[in-house]
Design a protein around this ligand. Sequence first.
Ligand code: FDA
Length: 408
Amino acid sequence: MKQGARRVLSDRVYQFRTIILGAGAAGMMAAAHAGPGVLLVDHARAPGEKIRISGGGRCNFTNMDVGANNYLSENPHFCKSALARYSQWDFIEMVSRHGIAWHEKTLGQLFCDGKATQIVDMLQAEMAKAVAEVWLQTRVVDLRHADGRFDLRLDREGRTFDVSAENLVLATGGKSIPKMGATGLAYEIARQFGHDVTDTRAALVPFTFDKGRFADLAGVSLPSALSNERARFSEGLLFTHRGLSGPAVLQLSSYWLEGEEIVVDLLPGVDCIGALKSARQAQGRRSLTTELGHMMPGKVVSFLGQHMDFKGNLADLSDQRIAALSDALHHWRLKPTGTEGYRTAEVTLGGISTSGLDSKTLMSKHLPGLFAIGEAVDVTGWLGGYNFQWAWSSGVAAGQAIIARHDG
Ligand code: FDA
């Protein structure tokens, strides 16, 4: 007997064509594109919880400028195919088709004018069109593969179901924000079926410093450029009670390794030497701290003055001292003690190795019917809508590949 997406074999024993684990961004997108017979499973009470809280509640759902250089992965080319086949323009078209108003904020980042829940509602509407079944508050108790089918035992709100499908899509995301239900389930299943999982760590995450180091500056923000040997990001910097945050910090955290120094440019794009020399000529009797206070927040000047020599008036400054000051302000070297970790990280770096996946379909190279998409895969985007775009693109790639598997 067929009932909706499922074929009922007996009481609580159902067959589907496709089972997707994880009703987040990637899982919902795949469910909307995988054709008939989809069961979408999640242990949470509601789908798309990270979408709901993303972008400060407005969801930075994509970026105007998306390319492989906006992603980190052991194979930097892997993401290209899926991103090209379902691009930011395709997602923008879907958003606009659903009448969701949006705007560009900065650096090509697109946000909803209204609430992020509009994106969740849109994906739910697309899934309903595809007649996908959604089981929430459902746990995977057991999983095996035999005779071309994946057999799962599921616990749905205390009741046990045996379900099977020809396709299994791993879309349970990464480890960030365990409080929101993040688990390493996709990694465990991938390993169970012989896939490698690269080392994972928290990314897009604030840096921590010795207790109280920046306490006096907590809440102060300023434009900056943060760099290390591998990357440089020119965006905002925010001091916090625990250390440093803000977009530039989150971006650099993805390129940072424990124990390394970071270099903070407190005056990005400012010709500090030229500015101080002109000020010396025009306002020689002005104090250096007053002049610096015109260039950056006064609290930051007071803080830096405890560690750098800001004494005297501008007229007292030699060219040599101006050069040294400029160097200190453009290259403030700091050594974070660590990061806030998965507790607050926006994403998980690393994941299911791309070496075992086909980049066009996201299907396992050695176990046909097994797919991995979204953040669970070793493809990690920059801050700015790139992670959602990867979730949309990889979800569509897997969905379309499932249709092709059955129709082709
Ligand atoms: P996602 O995490 O969305 O979904 C995984 C699903 O699997 C969840 O529903 C979870 O409950 C479920 N699951 C996990 N373990 C399970 C288990 N054992 N059993 C059953 N179900 C399980 N990105 C961006 O591009 N723009 C933005 O504005 C933001 N903002 C943002 C803010 C915050 C606070 C965070 C934490 C993250 C962001 N991100 C973001 C990142 C973005 O949210 C993330 O990359 C995508 O949600 C990843 O989509 P996935 O579908 O892969 O995982």
